[in-house]
Design a protein around this ligand. Structure first.
Ligand code: ADP
Ligand code: MG
Length: 339
């Protein structure tokens, strides 16, 4: 059983940035308006995320890291979304199978917070000989989750990470993208022990200000808005699209200028990416690439349910039409700018 769980965990958590993505999504699901990340050794030694969301009740702590705990599934009245995101209820479980997890959480209506430790899906004592029950703890409203020593029990996987700074850069990339997509929240990301964060955004910001802050002001100045568009044919595609894309004047020569969110989850779609890049080939100098942020809201039934849940690459029903409609929306934004 534990071997199966470990394999499942390794499938879902390939590297620190995968864990970060799951933890961020949980904090956002909890309605947080402040999300702070502290990392040691590119997240391999420590990932700590502090949010001000609704917190976790004392009663929910024992099953928090159980795979597919039924208590976690109650809120998914819509079975389809469960099928689509097949790993629902597996993120914290997976993290607890490949690191030492500590949770400190306080809900608004509890007088104090609670601290709990997890390994292999279960509550464990903080120190040998102690009880594994959650203990009262001083805490602010919200949740602090720490994952220490990622892959400590998977020596092969652990050895594969040559460079903590490369992992840290991947983390910064993920946090940057979520901060662009969620400008209502204040974001901080830093290395433990350093005073100056690498990412710091104010709460109640907006997409464009965060792009200016996190990428460059000159890029932000050359962005065109893709106003919210219902993709056509509407009844077939069941999708809306909005975003910001660089104009032909933007000089974006770096990597990492591709942000695609589907139903608020950061995903990859090589089809959409290729199709949009080809829109720019005639207008951009050689070697330059567009900078693209798109947010799609799609009826979950139209995202390919056959796709492996742990892969970030997504597919759609009616994929060609979907891609064509998205390209049309972006083309519209580019064409308007030339008038
Ligand atoms: P899922 O998000 O798919 O339900 P997870 O393993 O990611 O599964 O999280 C399990 C549950 O733990 C969530 O459904 C949520 O109820 C709770 N949870 C996790 N992180 C937080 C958080 N930061 N704030 C409040 N609740 C949380
Ligand atoms: Mg989750």
């Amino acid at each position: 059983e534990d071997v199966v769980n470990k394999i499942a965990a390794a499938e879902i958590i390939h590297r620190p940035s995968n864990a970060i993505k799951e933890l961020i999504e949980n904090s956002l699901d909890a309605g947080s308006t402040s999300i702070k990340l502290t990392l040691k050794e590119g997240g391999l030694k420590l990932i700590q995320i502090t949010d001000n969301g609704h917190g976790i009740n004392r009663a929910d702590l024992p099953l928090l890291c159980t795979r597919y705990a039924t208590s976690k599934l109650r809120k998914f009245d819509d079975l389809q979304s469960l099928v689509t995101y097949g790993f629902r209820g597996e993120a914290l479980a997976s993290i607890s199978f490949c690191s030492h997890v500590e949770v400190v959480s306080k809900t608004r209506d509890e007088g104090c917070g609670w601290r709990a430790h997890y390994a292999n899906g279960e509550l464990v004592p903080a120190k040998p000989g102690m009880s594994s029950d959650p203990r009262p703890a001083a805490a602010n409203d919200g949740t602090v989750i720490s994952a220490e020593d990622l892959f400590f029990n998977m020596p092969m996987r652990k050895r594969a990470f040559k460079s903590p700074s490369e992992e840290y850069n991947r983390i910064l990339d993920v946090v940057t993208k979520y901060a662009v997509h969620n400008p209502h929240a204040a974001w901080v990301c830093k290395k433990a022990g350093t005073a100056l964060p690498d990412i710091s955004t104010p709460a109640a910001s907006d997409v464009k200000s965060n792009i200016s802050l996190l990428y460059t002001p000159s890029l932000a100045a050359e962005l065109l808005e893709v106003k919210e568009t219902v993709l056509q044919p509407a009844d077939k595609l069941g999708a809306k699209c909005r975003g910001w894309v660089s104009s032909a004047n933007a000089n974006w020569a770096r990597r990492g200028g591709w942000l695609l969110f589907i139903n608020n989850r950061l995903v990859e779609s090589s089809k959409i990416k290729k199709a949009i890049e080809s829109l720019y080939t005639t207008v951009l100098p050689k070697g330059a690439s567009p900078w693209v942020y798109l947010s799609l809201e799609i009826d979950p039934a139209k995202v390919d349910v056959n796709v492996h849940p742990t892969k970030s690459e997504v597919h759609f029903l009616n994929e060609d039409e979907m891609v064509e409609a998205i390209v049309a929306a972006v083309h519209g934004a580019l064409a308007n700018a030339n008038v």
